[in-house]
Design a protein around this ligand. Structure first.
Ligand SMILES: Nc1ncnc2c1ncn2[C@@H]1O[C@H](COP(=O)(O)OP(=O)(O)OP(=O)(O)O)[C@@H](O)[C@H]1O
Ligand SMILES: [Mg+2]
Length: 243
C-alpha cells in the first residue's frame, strides 16, 4: 500500500521543555494506525506537529510524498490532512448542521458539501434528527459525532483523531469505534490516539506505543494485543483501560 504519512525522527517541545525524542511512524493508505501511551507521553504533541500546529525542532513530516508545510494547518487541510483535536472544540452557538457545513471550508469540500452532508447523516443518523440543535446542548457522544463529522466534511485522505472516546460511556465508545471502521471503509486513512488500548487494538491495523516522548513498541495491532508488555501496562487492573 502506498505511504500516506511518514514521520521521521521528529523532535519537538515547548520552550525549554523537550517532549518528542526522535519519533518515527508512518500511515499507509487505507490503514487505521493507533497511537497509545500514558498521559504526558507526547501523543497530542505528535498530532499537533503532524497537523501543522506546532513547529518541530527537527525531523521530517512527509504527506503524500511532499514535505509538510509546517505552521500552515489550512494548507494541510486543503491537501487532505485533517485533525479532530482532543476536547472537540465546537462552537457552542452553532447548530449541528452549520457546524458540519463549517468543516467544508476548502473549495474542493465546498463543491461537494451537499452530498457530504447527506453522507454524514447516513453515518450518524442521530445528527440528522438533531441538525437544528445547538452544539452546546448535545450530549458528549453527540458532540463527538459532530466533531468527527465536521472533520470528514473537509474530505480528508488522512484523519487524525485525538482521544475521540474521552468521557464517553462504554456502549457509545463501541458505536464510535464501529463508525471509525466505517469511515476507513469509505477510503479515509486514520491515525487514532486512544486510551482504550484493548478496544483500539481491535480495530487498528498497526499501533505505536509511546512513552516519555519515544516509541517504545510498534507492530501489528493483533501482535501487540498479545504482547505481555502491553497487557501488563495497559490491560490490567489499575491501568487506564475502562472498557
Ligand atoms: N502548551 C504546552 N506548554 C508546555 N508544556 C506542554 C504543553 N502542551 C503539552 N505540554 C507537556 O508536554 C508533555 C506531553 O504532552 P501531550 O499533551 O503531548 O501528552 P499526551 O500523550 O497527549 O497525554 P494525554 O494522554 O494526557 O493526553 C506533557 O508533559 C505536557 O505537560
Ligand atoms: Mg493528549
Amino acid at each position: 500500500m502506498p505511504r500516506l504519512l511518514d514521520v521521521v525522527k521528529l523532535r519537538a517541545g515547548y520552550g525549554m521543555f523537550a517532549v518528542l525524542h526522535d519519533i518515527s511512524l508512518h500511515v499507509d493508505e487505507g490503514e487505521i494506525v493507533a497511537l497509545v501511551g500514558s498521559n504526558g507521553a507526547g501523543k497530542t504533541t505528535c498530532l499537533r506537529c503532524v497537523s501543522g500546529l506546532l513547529e518541530p525542532r527537527s525531523g521530517d513530516i512527509v504527506f503524500e510524498g511532499r514535505p509538510s508545510p509546517g505552521g500552515k494547518p489550512h494548507e494541510l487541510v486543503a491537501a487532505g490532512l485533517v485533525c479532530v483535536p482532543e476536547g472537540r472544540e465546537l462552537f457552542p452557538g452553532l447548530s449541528v448542521r452549520d457546524t458540519l457545513l463549517v468543516g467544508a471550508a476548502t473549495p474542493r469540500a465546498r463543491a461537494a458539501r451537499a452530498q457530504n452532508l447527506e453522507r454524514m447523516f447516513e453515518l450518524f443518523p442521530k445528527l440528522r434528527e438533531r441538525q437544528a440543535q445547538l452544539c452546546s446542548t448535545l450530549s458528549g457522544g453527540e458532540q463527538q459525532m459532530v466533531a468527527i463529522g465536521r472533520g470528514l466534511m473537509a474530505m480528508p485522505k488522512l484523519l487524525l483523531l485525538d482521544e475521540p472516546s474521552l468521557g464517553l460511556a462504554p456502549t457509545i465508545v463501541k458505536q464510535l469505534f464501529h463508525t471509525i471502521s466505517a469511515v476507513r471503509e469509505q477510503g479515509v486513512s486514520i491515525l487514532l490516539v486512544e486510551q482504550n488500548v484493548r478496544t483500539v487494538l481491535k480495530i487498528a491495523d498497526r499501533a505505536y506505543v509511546m512513552e516519555n516522548g519515544r516509541v517504545e513498541l510498534e507492530g501489528r495491532a493483533s501482535d501487540l494485543s498479545n504482547d505481555p508488555r502491553v497487557i501488563d501496562a495497559y490491560f490490567g487492573v489499575g491501568s487506564k483501560e475502562h472498557v
